[in-house]
Every structure is written in C-alpha cells, then in structure tokens.
Write a protein that binds this ligand. Structure first.
Ligand SMILES: [Zn+2]
Length: 404
C-alpha cells in the first residue's frame, strides 16, 4: 500500500518515491504505483491533485479497487526507479480552502439548525453540500443564510487551528464527531477550532485563517434536501471581482450608482414596456387604417368580398382588431397575416352571412406549410413559417365560395 504523505503533511509539494509498478494504458498513458505519494486521489468529494511524476504530467489520481493510490501519467516509468513528484500547488491549495471551508460551514449548519450534511461536491467553479433537516425543510431565509455565513467567517477570522490525526479507538470514542465515520478502521479526524470534529481523509490548511472567506452563493431545494452552493478563499475573491465587474458595467449602462441598480433596472424596463405598449397601439391604429383602405378597394365577387393582407410586425392584439373590423362588414372574409421576426401570425375571420369554415381552411393551409393552429367556423388563428399559407388560404376560400 502506498504511504500517503499528505496525511502527515498537507503542505508537502515535492517528494521522492520509488516506482513499484507501471501498467501501460491506451494512448501512451500508464498507471503508476509508488511506495509513497503526496498526490491526493479523488475521494470524499475532493478532486485529485495534478502535477508531475518523474517529469511526466499526472492527469488523474484515484483509489483503486484494492484501496491503493493509482497515478495516471502521460508516458511510462520504470519499476525500481527513484522519481520526484511535484504537486500543482495552486490547484491543491484551492481544494484545501474549499474543503476546510465546507467543514466549517457544515459545522455551523449543524450547530445552528441541526442540519446534517452528507457529502461534498467540489466543482470547477463552486462547491455544494446537501443538507438534511430534521423537519424536512428545503429552504432557508436570507437572514438564516447570512447567520450561517457570519458564523463560518467568524471562525475563519479567529484563525482557529485545524488539526488532522488518527486517534486511537478509545480517544475516537470520546470525540464529539458531527456524524458517524464512514469507515470502521484507521479513522482520520479533522478538528477545526473547538466545535467542529469530523471524520475526513482530505487535505486542509493548518489554520482557518488560510481559508480567507466563505461566501454562500445559492440555497435551493434539491431532492428533499437543501443544496447550499458556496465558494471559499481565492474563489470567493474571484467571485466578488466578477460580480463587482458586472455591477460596474451595469452601473455605466444605466447611469446609476451600484446601490441603486435594482431600481434603475426596474425603471428602465418599465419605460421599455410603456414604449412597447404605445408602439403596439400606434401600429394597431395604422393597421386598422390600412385595412379600411384595403376593404374599400376590394371588389365584391360573386356577392362576397375576400380580403387577403399581410401586415408587417403587428401583434396578435392588433391583428384581432383588424379581423373584427373586417368581419363586421357584410359578406366579408378576412384572411390576415402579420410577419414577425420568427414566423407569420395568421388570423382568419368572416362575417356571419358567409358560408365558409375558417377553422377548416386555416388547418388545411397550415398543414400544407408546416404551420399550426385552428379555430371555429367564423374565426381561427395560427402561425406558419411564412406568408405562403395566406395565398393557399385565399385559393381555398375562393374554391369554397364558388362551390357555394
Ligand atoms: Zn472532509
């Protein structure tokens, strides 16, 4: 079994080891076993370390079926060789900050709200824990979240010590562990300050101050639990930077102080809505005038006036006004469309004294042009990719009227 050096010293960035086995894999990779290693294998929610082994890039480290540490390297090493391992320290220290921050946050959740945390997901951008509450709650108020965050950061600012060790069975039995260990033998414990005790095989900084900051990003229900997403350390700093940058850009766009951004954004959206409303009303008025002119020009053939017209970008409400205007006339069929950015709205209507089924005609026209919609005998609406559905409808109405 590999002697895991990170258990003893989480700050070991460079170490010497002997290659015990090297198993070639596909694509020129191999799985390397060492007598000792500072590389952390993916476990307990903490991702593996990267770095180099004997100068070769380490692309994965995992615990194999036998419980040993397996290193995937690009290339091959020779059994018996002495090699040097180098840990990518930026990545490892980031993981140490997230992992220790998770312990502190989970400890606060337990003490303040009796919530049980199982498992850590340490992601690429943020981390999350799923919390089980005794009363099954899956939501927390902002005030409750801020209280957790303040509690966690108070531990960090107090720079309480963090200790990891393998206690003897007797000592272990007397420790106030937050939850029962998942392993029976060789239980490793992390203690943070005097109120967080948890079985854990991960890597942690030696004191809480090195975590820097814990920031909760999100809290939402997930499969009957509460999922808390958070960032710690440098990630919290980068997150703050990104939010501040976005806020500054918005502030410039909206000409408002950052403190007043929500009101400024809300005001701007309201103005836009008002403008859109007036524009639509204006377009509807214009469309009705246009339709009146079209109606006046359309001859009555075989006792019926068939109006077929496609407007440019009027909304469904305006189209409806036009259809009403047309169908109030005697012996009139109105086949109306409106070309929008994405498709062509269709609205077919007729006066009560015409014998033609608008619903049937609309469905038939849509069927031929990949449109959709339907309606009743005197009124139908739908949409089609373009205005060819209107021409088809016109031909259909003419046929039906002639059949009469
Ligand atoms: Zn842990």
């Amino acid at each position: 079994m590999t002697n895991r050096l990170y258990y003893i010293d989480a700050y070991l960035k460079r170490f010497k080891a002997q290659v015990l086995r090297c198993l070639p894999q596909e694509a020129g990779n191999s799985v390397v076993y060492l007598d000792q290693s500072a590389f952390y294998p993916t476990s307990g929610g903490q991702p593996f370390d990267t770095g180099t082994l004997g100068g070769l890039p380490v692309t994965d480290v995992f615990v194999d079926e036998a419980g040993d540490v397996a290193h995937v390297v690009q290339g091959c090493l020779h059994p018996g060789d002495a090699v040097e391992g180098l840990i990518d320290w930026e990545r490892r220290f980031d993981h140490m900050q997230q992992h220790a921050g998770e312990h502190i946050l989970a400890g606060c959740v337990f003490r303040q709200l009796q919530g049980h945390t199982n498992g850590l997901h340490l992601g690429h951008s943020d981390s999350s824990i799923d919390v089980d509450f005794p009363e099954g709650r899956t939501q927390l108020s902002d005030a409750a979240l801020y209280a957790l965050e303040d509690d966690a950061n108070a531990h960090i600012q107090a720079d309480v010590p963090i200790r990891c060790w393998f206690p003897e069975a007797e000592e272990l039995a007397g420790l106030p562990l937050r939850k029962p260990p998942t392993v029976q033998n060789h239980v490793r414990v992390v203690q943070i300050g005097d109120d967080e005790f948890c079985a854990c095989g991960g890597t942690h900084p030696s004191s809480a101050g090195q975590i820097g900051l814990v920031k909760i990003l999100d809290a939402r229900p997930s499969r009957g639990k509460l999922r808390l997403s958070f960032v710690c350390g440098r990630r919290a700093n980068l997150s703050y930077r990104a939010y501040l940058e976005a806020a500054k850009q918005l502030s410039a766009i909206l000409s408002a102080d950052i403190d007043h951004l929500p009101q400024a954004a809300s005001d701007a959206l309201q103005k836009l809505k008002d403008a859109q409303y007036h524009l639509n009303a204006e377009r509807a008025l214009h469309a009705v005038e246009k339709l009146s002119a079209v109606l006046a020009e359309t001859p009555v053939v075989n006792g019926i006036r068939i109006v077929c017209h496609c407007f440019d970008g009027i909304d469904a409400h305006a189209l409806q006004q036009c259809a009403s205007l047309a169908s109030e006339k005697e012996k009139t069929v109105a086949l109306l469309g409106s070309k929008t950015e994405t498709d062509c709205l269709l609205l077919f209507a007729r006066s009560g004294d015409v014998n033609a089924d608008m619903g049937l005609i609309l469905r038939e026209a849509c069927a031929r042009h990949n449109g959709k919609g339907g309606g009743k005998s005197d009124f139908a609406r739908g949409s089609a990719p373009d205005e060819r559905a209107l021409e088809t409808a016109l031909a259909l109405v003419k046929q039906e009227v002639q059949r009469g």
